[in-house]
Design a protein around this ligand. Structure first.
Ligand SMILES: N[C@H](CCC[C@H](N)C(=O)O)C(=O)O
Length: 284
């Protein structure tokens, strides 16, 4: 059925990397997507990526973005993925430089510019009750903040975030992510250091990748908005990630943010065809 392979592009936003496929003609509608995604996202035996995205037709926007984590689970949205998907849409002629697209988390808008892509998020509503929550553990902070920015996020303010050992950060992230009593849908876990009123440093353990990624766009957005609500930063913030800078700006009223923008790079690094060995290998 896929004798000639499946055309794809490999992209990343600040090192958060994705395999992207044009599915407007329904090419992948017949496959068991979850297993397919797990296979193609596995580094070593296939292309490897943090996530997999499909561009599909939409009746309410220029196109629809579907996002899958490397473990095969479908996520509501992905901030870095949104920038890559926007560039992809432009490249294949599915959109002009200004576009709107549908996701499971609502309609997003994007604009390609010289620096990268600027994405406008749907308005974000946080709950006072979900901020400043005590958490008893041996982790770096006894208090966390929770909010849904497309996908669920917890934010933990820490010191010297880039000095935390990788396996330590992974263990903390994994512990919180798997605390299903408190976070029934799981959660992404963002460790955030305030540098000054315009700057935060951030590292994220991602649900669905089950590891730290180089950057997380929606996590950075959640961190910037939560830091703003708490009065730690202004409403235009640079986020320093392991994979490069992201810029987030928004307008705040109480616990709600509107005019939420995420800006950062989006790189197209390769294109080709996924061949059967890319998705038929299942290494345990
Ligand atoms: N890397 C993504 C987040 C992916 C969401 C995923 N980890 C989930 O919670 O399903 C971002 O840049 O926003």
């Amino acid at each position: 059925m896929f004798d000639l392979g499946i055309p794809f592009k490999k992209m990343n936003g600040c090192g958060n990397d994705f395999i992207v496929v044009d599915n407007r003609d329904g090419l992948l509608n017949e496959v068991a997507l979850s297993a397919f995604v797990q296979n193609v996202c596995r580094r070593g035996t296939s292309i490897g990526a943090d996530g997999f995205m499909l561009l599909e037709n939409s009746s309410i926007a220029d196109f629809k973005m579907r996002y899958f984590n490397a473990d095969g689970s479908e996520g509501e949205m992905c901030g870095n993925g949104a920038r890559c998907m926007s560039r992809f849409a432009y490249h294949i002629g599915a959109a002009k430089t200004k576009m709107s697209f549908e996701t499971m988390a609502g309609i997003y808008q994007a604009e390609l510019n010289q620096n990268g892509v600027k994405v406008k998020f749907p308005d974000v509503q946080l709950q006072a009750l979900e901020l400043n929550q005590p958490y008893e553990w041996d982790g770096p902070s006894g208090v966390y903040h929770y909010g849904v920015v497309g996908v669920p996020h917890t934010v933990w303010f820490v010191e010297n975030v880039f000095a935390i050992a990788d396996d330590q950060l992974r263990d903390w992230g994994r512990m919180v992510r798997n605390d299903l009593q408190r976070f029934p849908n799981g959660t992404n876990v963002n460790f955030v250091e305030r540098i000054d009123r315009q700057t935060l440093s951030i590292r994220t353990y991602e649900r669905g990748v089950e590891a730290e990624t180089y950057a997380c766009g929606s996590g950075s957005t959640a961190a910037a908005i939560i830091a703003g609500i708490l009065g730690h930063v202004d409403t235009s913030v640079n986020l320093l990630t392991r994979g490069g800078p992201l810029k987030i700006s928004y307008h705040l009223s109480d616990y709600a943010a509107d005019s939420v923008y995420l800006e950062g790079n989006s790189k197209l690094v390769a294109e080709g065809h996924l061949l059967p060995d890319a998705w038929s290998t299942m290494m345990k």
